[in-house]
Design a protein around this ligand. Structure first.
Ligand SMILES: CC(C)(COP(=O)(O)OP(=O)(O)OC[C@H]1O[C@@H](n2cnc3c(N)ncnc32)[C@H](O)[C@@H]1OP(=O)(O)O)[C@@H](O)C(=O)NCCC(=O)NCCS
Length: 193
């Protein structure tokens, strides 16, 4: 499998339209856990929906305007990360993430997000990475904190979702604030404090 090793068994790699079946099965396993927070889950209910979602990201990727990555443990898709927006000219991007419930609690998303943040800042010249989390989504807010992001405020009544309009916390990390990998082992290897 092409990819970046996040742990001995977990790889961050491509998630492409030809993998729509795998993506649909993954979404089914996570549906109840992910649905309250991620609007796209309600559109990925069959293979056509899964294909449309991945094709949209393939198109964004081709235009360098957004990117999607799969997180696989022992080859099984357990999570994903997206640059929902990626604007090199403006130097801004928005990162979103998810995991199947069985893959939570191991630091996988924090480490995988860190890999993408490094890539966006160091390789692509992005200056500001945003993270939007519903004010009630404590797990997501904890990840933003672990990544060293700053809470900038609340976007009220941000978008329609399941009959409500959630408020979203806006968190962000700037390139000059980024101190390198959050993983303590990686930090030690880099000689960071
Ligand atoms: C947001 C979400 C991905 C966070 O998952 P998570 O498992 O809490 O995040 P991580 O993979 O970074 O793991 C962190 C947990 O593993 C623990 N952990 C273990 N080893 C770790 C390590 N090496 N590094 C960091 N954390 C580690 C942490 O203590 C933490 O547990 P805690 O929250 O009980 O303190 C998950 O809750 C999710 O998919 N939610 C639904 C979708 C969603 O809300 N997405 C975000 C929308 S903005």
């Amino acid at each position: 499998m092409l990819g970046y090793a996040v742990t001995d068994t977990v790889f961050l790699g491509p998630l492409e339209p030809w993998q729509a079946d795998e993506f649909l099965a993954h979404t089914e396993r996570g549906r109840d856990f992910l649905g309250p927070w991620l609007p796209w889950v309600d559109n990925v209910v069959d293979e056509a929906g899964a294909l449309a979602f991945l094709r949209r990201y393939a198109d964004l990727h081709q235009r360098d305007a957004g990117h999607i990555f799969g997180l696989r443990d022992d080859g099984h898709l357990v999570g994903g990360l997206v640059f929902r927006t990626f604007d090199v000219a403006a130097g801004t991007a928005e990162l979103g993430v998810w995991l199947e419930p069985a893959a939570t609690g191991r630091g996988l998303i924090t480490r995988a997000a860190d890999v993408l943040i490094e890539w966006a800042f160091r390789t692509r010249g992005i200056q500001r990475i945003e993270w939007l989390a519903a004010t009630t989504n404590q797990a997501s807010i904890r990840v933003a904190e672990r990544l060293g992001m700053t809470r900038e405020g609340v976007m009220r009544s941000a978008f329609p979702h399941r009959g409500e309009r959630p408020d979203l916390e806006v968190w962000a990390l700037l390139a000059e604030e980024h101190r390198g990998p959050v993983d303590p082992v990686a930090r030690e290897e880099r000689g960071d404090q």
